[in-house]
Design a protein around this ligand. Sequence first.
Ligand SMILES: [Zn+2]
Length: 397
Amino acid sequence: MGYEEMWRDLLPIGRVSGGGHRRYSWTAADRECRAWFAEEAGRRGLTLEEDRNGNLFAWWDVPGERRDAVLTGSHLDSVPDGGAFDGPLGVVSALAAIDLLRERGVTPARPLGVAVFAEEEGARFGVACLGSRLLTGAIDPVRARGLRDADGVTWADAMAADGRDPEAIGPDPDLLTGIGCFVELHVEQGRALEVPVGVASAIWPHGRWRFDFTGQGNHAGTTLLRDRRDPMLPFAHTILAARDAAARHEAVATMGKVHVTPNGVNAIPSLVRAWLDTRAPDDAAVRATVAEIRAAAEKVAGEHGVEVALAEESYTQVVDFHAGLRDRLAATLGGAPVLPTGAGHDAGILSAHVPTAMLFVRNPTGVSHAPEEHAETGDCLAGVEALAAVLEDLLTR
Ligand SMILES: [Zn+2]
């Protein structure tokens, strides 16, 4: 099974009519993805193991203890109507890279593992990178067990329904200490890469904030303009202020989710609750961007007699990948470009514990988290070659 055959087998799993994928944790599509991975691992004689947190590992072991292992891989779950490449490209490329290494007669001096991390997108239970967070202890298992999907099903119940023991989840230091380094290959998610393959430098710091604009609900016909306390007006201003502030700080800021109360055509709203996502190359730029947006919101809210409250729902600091590993990858690939990303990854979670690096494969349109997400086959094959070269270097020296 070469790269293209594996891709062909995996593509229909969880595919919906619009062409995107819904591969949510502990659903039928997830089971099919796991079965596909088990079959490919078995075909290669790799040892398949699942940890206590639902993460899968296929091992190419060497004699003796499993330590100082080189880990690669990514995830197979998707966002709602997600593209085919985000996650699966890293898993398929890892298996194809093993084939190349074997064709070339490479004898590893260290074990090699291919990981499939669970619930990377957080699409079903709301916390991104849940599998790697559990493994590394970045999330309390009690909190993880209680996470609910849109139907109110908890992570614990969903796991148990699929035959796992939710009481066993949590940090796995034994597994983690056996890993010497992690290299995740991933499709690039913007248009920052102009050659087929690049190396990641960092993951931008990012956060989510909730705005509550509270005014006075009232009649859309009888309330004179001067008597209104309409929270929609400062909200509208805040959206534009977010765009301007982001541009000033070379950040990105997005308001993509809003709840309006009561959400009636003929009613002035009483409450507008909206979420802001902000990311930038460094913490200071994120903080400055959000501070400016907040100041703009408060100023205009005051002019309209509207109260505004801002709550930080999450914040993730910058992840700088391991400099030595990053430089080693770039050198192995003959001076591949090194670039940061605004997207989160399991590699960002692992990097707090083991030397971690990422390879990116070019995304010609920059579209991601959408059915149109695409990478050219030639670029994907270049990614397999690059990963094989990097793994050979790490495994044999
Ligand atoms: Zn991903």
